[in-house]
Design a protein around this ligand. Structure first.
Ligand code: DAH
Length: 336
């Protein structure tokens, strides 16, 4: 049996009524709005449900049955929507009266992120990890043996000057270089060695745009049979290309460090840069250093290097003042 056009239209109007009523109750945000929706849809005198009920009279017997069933379902749905709105409303009301308004949007947490120096360190670990270098660690409070003696730095060497170091009591000091970790690694394992060490070092320098009494270094050490200066240059060049970009050039300048022979200063020049910038020192591990840790210098050779993390980070990001890296100014840090 098919329904008359007017019956079909009446049913469609019921669907429409249900949709409108349910969403009106769902959207009602306070008790006044809930009451307004109640009057509009469920009001006893002129509510829309009441009007829909009156339409029943105009339908024939068959349509009445279908319409009546549907009408009851819509009524139930609207009453449930009203109840839902009321209980939501009373929760809001009690929360608001407790001095806590759950309808307010709330404070979004500010998300933090890693400090640019930490990002640099992590990236260096990643790059050297791809070259097969493991990460080694050593203490920041170090003894004179590891900071100087074992590194072939003689007792009268100017690097030991009390004005250039933070000496502590009991033969201890704040390490002035991460080269200390080379010694600690070699004391604890036989060759071959392929490690980097990243960490803080301390020197009583006057603070300015390029100096700080504490900064970070990355130390590298590779020891094996037949390691050469060419290996050193290759590793540093690959590293510079990975971290600073393919167009970065590196240059070795003859230099002197007690723990390497020969020793070089490592300079880098990048695209658009107008001068070579010194990034650290490097060289072939001095036989005396091998002897200090019990390695046989006739059996193995090795290279070592030490670069400044701040310099690398500043170069990478175009930061022109080292102090910015230590001030924890969130407007600065949030840029990285
Ligand atoms: N330790 C040196 C410094 O702090 C840097 C350095 C130079 C490290 C040569 C090395 C090296 O491993 O071979 O100035």
């Amino acid at each position: 049996m098919s329904l008359s056009d007017s019956a079909a239209e009446a049913l469609a109007a019921l669907d429409e009524l249900e949709k409108a009523g349910v969403s009106a109750f769902a959207e009602a945000a306070n008790s006044a709005a809930i009451e307004a929706a109640r009057v509009e849809f469920l009001g006893m005198k002129q509510g829309r449900l009441k009007t829909a009920q009156e339409r029943l009279k105009s339908l024939d017997a068959a349509a009445k049955r279908v319409y009546g069933q549907r009408f009851n379902a819509v009524k139930t749905a609207l009453e449930a929507a009203l109840e839902g709105a009321k209980s939501r409303g009373s929760q809001i009301a009690s929360a608001v009266s407790d001095g806590f308004d759950v309808t307010l949007p709330g404070h979004l947490p500010k998300l933090g992120h890693r400090h640019p120096l930490t990002q640099t360190a992590d990236e260096l670990i990643d790059i050297f990890g791809r070259f097969g270098f493991a990460v080694a660690r050593g203490p920041e409070v170090e003894d004179i043996h590891h900071n100087f003696d074992a590194l072939n730095i003689p007792p009268a060497h100017p690097a030991r000057d009390p004005l250039d170091n933070f000496y502590l009591s009991d033969g201890l000091m704040l390490r002035s270089q991460t080269s200390t970790v080379q010694i600690r690694v070699m004391e604890n394992q036989p060759p071959p060695v392929r490690v980097i060490a990243i960490g803080r070092v301390y020197r009583p320098d006057t603070v300015d745009a390029t100096h700080s009494f504490m900064f970070h270094q990355i130390e590298g050490l590779m020891v094996d049979k037949g390691v050469t200066m060419a290996d050193l240059k290759t590793v540093l060049r690959l590293f510079a290309a990975s971290y600073l970009g393919k167009d970065v050039k590196i240059r070795f300048r003859p230099s002197f460090f007690p723990f390497t022979e020969p020793s070089v200063e490592v300079d880098m020049l990048w695209h658009g840069g107008d001068r070579w910038v010194e990034m650290g020192g490097a060289g072939m591990v001095d036989p005396n250093v091998f002897r200090a840790v019990g390695y046989d210098p006739d059996e193995v050779t090795g290279f070592a290097f030490g670069l400044g993390i701040e310099r690398l980070c500043m170069r990478r990001h175009g930061i022109d003042d080292i102090r910015l890296l230590y001030q924890n100014e969130s407007r600065f840090l949030s840029q990285f």
